[in-house]
Design a protein around this ligand. Structure first.
Ligand SMILES: NC(=O)c1ccc[n+]([C@@H]2O[C@H](COP(=O)([O-])OP(=O)(O)OC[C@H]3O[C@@H](n4cnc5c(N)ncnc54)[C@H](OP(=O)(O)O)[C@@H]3O)[C@@H](O)[C@H]2O)c1
Length: 94
């Protein structure tokens, strides 16, 4: 079962990654968010899916994920960032 970890999963593109990856029945999806209680859209998505684990944290959440997967992680989607006028037009490779 492939495991995916999405950092910055509360909203925007990160939330969409979680939603689409969780629709794959063989996937395990870890949604890393700074404020699980405030992540209302993510909680709605997770309620209708059995393979989403919401984990409080930020880019340092790898330890919690590895405790669930036995040290294995297949994909890390490092999506978290704040967008501002100086960076908004840059691409993912930037
Ligand atoms: N939207 C675009 O057109 C576009 C274009 C090019 C690149 N990008 C890049 O794509 C990514 C997502 O964009 P988006 O439009 O979906 O952004 P967004 O709606 O502003 O969402 C950003 C996400 O990152 C999280 N986050 C921000 N700083 C964090 C930190 N220090 N630690 C942990 N989580 C953090 C936020 O969590 P909280 O809810 O806790 O704040 C939120 O979940 C960003 O890296 C952005 O630079 C976007």
């Amino acid at each position: 079962m492939p495991s995916y970890t999405v950092v910055g999963a509360s909203r925007g593109i990160g939330l969409e990654y979680v939603s689409q990856l969780a629709s794959r029945s063989d996937a395990m999806v870890f949604a890393i968010v700074r404020n699980p209680e405030g992540s209302t859209h993510l909680k709605d998505v997770a309620m209708s899916s059995k393979n989403i684990h919401i984990i409080p944290g930020d880019v340092g959440a790898a330890k919690q994920v590895s405790e669930i997967t036995g040290g294995k992680l297949d994909y890390l989607i490092h999506n978290a960032a704040s967008t501002n006028v100086n960076t908004v037009y840059k691409g993912f490779d930037d």
